[in-house]
Ligand binder design. Structure first.
Ligand code: CP
Length: 299
């Protein structure tokens, strides 16, 4: 049994084992691997993919799902604290999947609970499940991660998915990363350091047009409106970048576009009809990846 708190807790070979398990899980519609086991969803922030992806995964593995629900539904509305809530979930469930707005909440939950804890996003810090899914999607669509030229555009400061994705890439050997974001939303120092320590070649660029023809993967993220300390700063940056279909004229035929979703206005719906758009297929891979993670966490 193990926790999934940071993608850096996993070596390359461990990540590759999860990919192989996810491959196997794609063949499974119904199994009894986790029959009689209970997964608790402790989501303190809204979610579509993580909440439903993990629920579907648990059902397919034969287990059951319980949900803490929003603050209005749980005893937290009567003053029960986070620690007591996690202790109670730990006593009822065999695994806890948590999403929280505060950085470090999942790590704290893992320290409190004996059952494995899976981090489905903690503030702006990390979302290792999404990072593993993103790496797996690249492996599935292109057959490899090593040697690829990967463009990453968006909110690189507050985006937890993109942070886990970049940290996960340090376990592999991409040819080069091109990072593009508004000036105030560049990668934080810890990510820069992780890239340097792993000797990953990366460049912070101002114009995607300059490199689009070199890319094998274009990873797009939205502005994380909910994380901006000052909403007027978000309003200023809104609409400053957007992927249009016309940009893709110079792209390699096999270049894929990924997005952790949800999207707002950074990716034109016109792109959906191009062969580059893989983000909905990527989202569908959430279920086998969550199945593989549940298995690795619980067995
Ligand atoms: N990518 C992802 O986790 O989406 P949700 O926030 O909808 O769960």
């Amino acid at each position: 049994m193990r926790d999934f708190i940071s993608i850096l807790d996993f070596s390359r070979s461990e990540l590759e084992s999860i990919f192989e398990e996810a491959d196997r899980m794609r063949e499974i519609n119904c199994s009894d691997i986790l029959e009689g086991r209970i997964m608790a969803l402790a989501f303190f922030e809204p979610s579509t993919r993580a909440r439903l992806g993990f629920s579907a995964a648990m059902f397919k593995l034969g287990g059951g799902v319980i949900e803490l629900g929003g603050p209005e539904k749980s005893a937290m509305s009567r003053g029960e604290n986070f620690s007591d809530t996690i202790k109670v979930l730990d006593g009822i469930a065999d695994v806890i999947v948590i999403r929280h707005g505060l950085e470090g909440a999942s790590k704290l939950a893992a320290q409190i609970a004996e059952s494995p804890v899976i981090n489905a996003g903690d503030g702006s810090r990390e979302y290792p499940v999404q990072g593993i899914l993103d790496l797996y999607a690249i492996k599935s669509f292109l057959g490899r991660i090593d040697g690829l030229h990967i463009g990453i555009i968006g909110d690189l400061r507050y985006g937890r998915s993109v942070r886990s994705f970049i940290l996960g890439l340090t376990r592999f050997l991409p040819a080069k990363l091109y990072l593009m974001s508004p000036e105030s939303l560049k990668i934080k120092e810890d990510i820069r350091e992780a890239l340097n320590i792993s000797r990953i070649d990366f460049e912070e660029i101002s114009w995607l047009e300059e490199v689009i023809s070199e890319l094998d993967v274009l990873y797009v993220t939205r502005l994380q409106k909910e994380r901006f300390p000052d909403i007027s700063e978000y309003e200023k940056l809104k609409g400053t970048y957007r992927i249009e279909k016309s940009l893709l004229k110079e792209a390699k035929e096999r270049m894929i576009i990924l997005h952790p979703l949800p999207r707002t206005d950074e990716l034109s719906p016109e792109v959906d009809e191009t062969p580059h758009a893989k983000y909905f297929k990527q989202a569908a891979l959430y279920v086998p990846v969550a199945m593989a993670i549940l298995r690795a966490a619980m067995l």
